[in-house]
Design a protein around this ligand. Structure first.
Ligand SMILES: [Zn+2]
Length: 323
């Protein structure tokens, strides 16, 4: 597995570079909402994470498959390399649950991957940052690599974690890479059933699902401000990142069917529990849920722009909530 080995080597280098950068003269600026490129970005790692998670040897990251286990081990290794602590009950949250499959309901074994970074201002309140690492696996001999869906969101989550290790957040941040999303939001259901922190201490679920193909319409969509209108002015202050800007919607009663994203990914489970949520993701594109959702289809500048927006959005919410 040369790709995985290479990535681990890069992770180590990134950690070393970070340590070297943490001097007074080159203090990293992690406030990404200026529209400028922060000096602490690690776009090589961001792209590497997507490339590795969407490589053929991950076999489409199907829940309960060897490829899914391999993807899980990779996410664990990245959090470990970043020095992100596990959750109170550990790094993994295993589950066995009935989910949907092309052949009807099937029992799936999966596991969420968790990490925790304590907050400085309101450490007893949590922003739960989520992204599912599973995809649909292989069908009829074709691997569905799921680069945008959702290797990209996991990579965005990991880049946020890297920066929050440099400059701690105000809220405690629980990172959860969910398994079983494609089988019916299984990992998210397990999380709210047996949460590592009281549900009442969760200030927000911020869910990244498909963050890399924003070049389609120039937007990273924000869903959830119809349900939580107080969050919209906070995110409206975040300027565009290059050619990519926030668009708000896909969450009103007028948004029907597949254009209503309120329950379209793991944030739907948080919403069902009455917890505040914000979902960030790009619009549908021709490779959505096709074997062609490959790393090579990603435009790096659009992905980087969307990741900067997502991270700037996180900071804006982190600063504003629980005042
Ligand atoms: Zn997805």
């Amino acid at each position: 597995m040369p790709t995985t080995l290479r990535s681990l080597a890069l992770s180590g280098c990134a950690a070393l570079a970070l340590a070297a950068c943490a001097t007074p003269t080159t203090a990293p600026d992690v406030e990404a909402d200026t529209g400028a490129t922060p000096p602490s970005v690690d776009y090589a790692q961001l792209l590497d994470d997507v490339r590795i998670l969407s490589a053929d040897d991950m076999e489409g990251r199907g829940t309960g498959t060897p490829g899914g286990e391999k993807a899980r081990a990779y996410v664990v290794s990245r959090l470990e390399a970043l020095g992100v602590a596990p959750a109170s009950f550990g790094r993994l949250q295993p589950f066995e649950m009935t989910g949907r499959s092309p052949d009807g309901p099937v029992s799936f074994r999966g596991a969420n991957v968790l990490g925790l970074i304590p907050g400085t201002r309101v450490g007893d309140r949590y922003i739960v940052v989520t992204a599912h690492y599973d995809h649909v696996g292989s069908r009829e001999g074709q691997i569905y690599n799921g680069a945008d869906d959702n290797a990209s969101g996991v990579a965005t989550l990991l880049e946020l974690a890297r920066r929050l290790k440099v400059q701690a957040p105000e809220h405690s941040v629980l990172f959860v890479a969910f398994d079983g999303e494609e089988r019916g939001l299984l990992g998210a259901r397990e999380f709210v059933k047996a949460p590592p922190v009281p549900l009442s201490s969760i200030a927000l679920n911020l869910n990244f699902d498909m963050t890399s193909r924003a070049e389609t319409d120039g937007h990273l969509w924000v869903t959830g401000t119809y349900q939580h209108p107080n969050l919209r002015p906070i995110l409206e202050t975040v300027p565009a990142s290059g050619a990519i800007s926030f668009a708000f919607g896909k969450d009103t009663p007028e948004d029907k069917g597949e254009d209503n994203w309120v329950d379209s990914s793991d944030h739907g489970v948080f919403h069902a529990m009455g917890l505040p949520f914000i979902y960030m993701g790009v619009d549908y594109h021709p490779d959505y849920h096709r074997p062609s959702d490959d790393f090579e289809r990603i435009t790096p500048t659009a992905f980087q722009g969307a990741t900067e927006l997502a991270i700037a959005g996180f900071h804006a919410l982190d600063r504003s909530l629980d005042r």
